[in-house]
Write a protein of this length. Structure first.
Length: 79
């Protein structure tokens, strides 16, 4: 499956895994990340594929917490 993911998506999955499978507030200060729009697209795609689950900040399009699913670990070849 990893061949179907972009390099940025793999980096995001890896970052979540490096934080014990749960990454809270992954973007630091909202609005200051020039890649925020692309990262949000990657998050949406990875969530749609079932590789991560996302808790969204109420009233915002900012993710509050990203959690790797079993399929996400499998995509990283970690079972």
């Amino acid at each position: 499956m990893s061949g179907e993911l972009t390099e940025q998506q793999m980096e995001l999955l890896t970052r979540v895994m490096q934080h014990g499978g749960v990454l809270a507030s992954p973007f630091g200060h909202p609005g200051e990340d020039s890649l925020l729009e692309q990262v949000l697209e990657d998050i949406d795609d990875l969530e749609a594929r079932g590789l991560i689950s996302v808790d969204w900040t109420r009233g915002s399009d900012e993710p509050e917490r990203i959690t790797l699913t079993p399929a996400g670990y499998e995509a990283l070849d970690i079972t």
